[in-house]
Write a protein that binds this ligand. Structure first.
Ligand code: C5P
Length: 443
């Protein structure tokens, strides 16, 4: 039963931890090469995965690779192990069936109720939610036969994720590309989080609408500080974590404004409808945009990587390279750019809030050094910045930037640990939004 005093963050953490059993179906499409990333993300989030591949899928990706990454043998045909009546066993085991990629042929077979291989037989038998992530050429996706299949499958309650637009196999590009693994996994897991697909205890632990009627401002991406008309100082932030936070806040019923610096349009296009997006390219633009929209905000989450410094002067014309007088090209004349400090937006929100009582959340991407580990530096920063929450993550080659899973320790303004979490950026976002909602709601 749901305890009346259970906080949104406790509920989010429970939902985050609950391991689920996911059948990953793979159909015959070149996009099958992306499925190991889908499986890896699911397993990293703690879920158990069983792969069911069609015969044609195995022409694109080998069963040993799928077995290695899922940790279980890969099944294909209904006659692989007749004694086990595998299609029934797998269908009953599944709490979610996720097919990625789903080919045009697979959609047609599922629509027709065919059961001519283990994957279609499992889909026909299971009572678990079914999510299909199609990948195919634009013409196949737009063909009336496929359109009709998708409509019917959706009417029957299956989830068909719209494909992305972009580079396809060969030279062409257009609609039909398999969405990025992180998007597929977060869509699929969002379905598992719906109350009707939860175990009773997990269902009662789910967060719903805890930011209803609230305004949440999120910053995302990385600022670029101009040097001259063609050059800038920038950073590697993709904006994925900020977009995930915006989506997680919207999921909780908040009105969301995203202030974004150089976030890729595919990420912005994938935001839930209703998220207001404002572009801010430099730290100065972001300062003004954030403070303006934060005037009626209940919470501001600074996920953007804001440049700490900017060039003191911006050259009006392109700075010319100085001719080298050194013949071996190993070195030449040096040049320097004088930098000046940017305002710290986060600190400004804490010391001079645009609205009294608003909750301020920051991020700290840290590396350990001789003085202390990541957490030591995070705690020092938390005490200095005094935000209500500071999410500290370790920045390494494979952690923290771009399309990779994330791990954070959340500290309060005194540098004490409040929570920790790991998983996809959407999982981290849900945890942080849960914690933010607790503070906004005063629990
Ligand atoms: O000090 P550091 O840059 O590591 O702090 C990171 C946090 O501070 C992030 O939440 C970032 O959005 C915010 N920040 C800011 N303004 C700056 C630099 C960082 O708001 N000029």
């Amino acid at each position: 039963m749901d305890e009346p005093h259970t906080t949104a963050s406790e509920r989010a953490a429970t939902a985050l931890r609950a391991p689920r059993r996911v059948v990953v179906g793979v159909a015959g499409s070149i996009a099958a090469y992306k499925v190991p990333f889908v499986i890896r993300l699911l397993r990293q989030a703690g879920h158990e995965v069983k792969v069911v591949a069609t015969e044609s899928a195995l022409r694109f990706i080998g069963a040993p690779a799928l077995a290695a990454v899922s940790g279980q043998t890969v099944s294909t045909g209904v006659f692989d192990d007749p004694a086990a009546v595998e299609h029934v066993a797998v269908a009953e085991w599944a709490e979610l069936v996720l097919v990625a990629p789903a080919s045009a042929d697979l959609l047609a077979r599922v629509r027709a109720g065919r059961a001519d291989d283990l994957l279609t037989a499992t889909i026909l038998t299971t009572e678990a939610p079914v999510v299909l992530a199609p990948a195919m050429h634009t013409q196949m996706w737009l063909n009336p036969a496929t359109r009709d299949n998708v409509t019917v499958l959706r009417e029957r309650g299956l989830t068909v994720i719209d494909p992305d637009s972009g580079r396809l196999t060969g030279r062409d590009s257009g609609l039909g590309r398999l969405p990025e693994p992180e998007q597929i996994v977060s869509r699929a897991l969002a379905i598992l989080r719906q109350p009707e697909h939860q175990d009773d205890d997990v269902a009662s632990a789910e967060t719903t609408g805890s930011l209803e009627g609230r305004h949440v401002v999120v910053s995302a991406g990385g600022t670029r500080e101009p040097i001259d008309p063609v050059r800038y100082l920038g950073n590697r932030s993709s904006g994925r974590q900020g977009c995930a936070l915006a989506a997680a806040a919207a999921e909780q019923g908040a009105r969301v404004t995203l202030v974004q610096a150089h976030v890729a349009s595919e990420l912005l296009d994938a935001l839930p409808p209703g998220v207001a997006v404002i572009a801010a390219g430099t730290a100065s633009d972001m300062l003004h945009a954030v403070r303006e929209v934060a005037r009626d905000a209940d919470a501001v989450i600074m996920a953007a990587a804001v440049a700490d410094y900017r060039p003191l002067t911006v050259a009006a014309t392109k700075i010319k390279k100085q001719a080298s007088t050194v013949s071996d090209h190993r070195s030449g004349p040096t040049m320097s750019i004088e930098l000046t400090t940017n305002p710290d937006i986060l600190t400004g929100l804490v010391t001079d809030p645009p609205r009294a009582g608003q909750i301020v959340v920051g991020f700290a991407a840290e590396t350990g050094d001789d003085d202390g580990d990541v957490l030591f530096h995070g705690a020092v920063k938390a005490r200095r910045k005094r935000a209500h929450l500071l999410a500290v993550n370790a920045v390494g080659e494979d952690l923290g930037f771009g399309d990779v899973p994330n791990a954070v320790v959340v500290l309060d303004g005194q540098g004490s640990e409040v929570a920790r979490g790991q998983g996809s950026k959407m999982d981290i976002a849900r945890l942080l939004i849960g914690l933010t909602a607790d503070l906004v709601n005063g629990s």
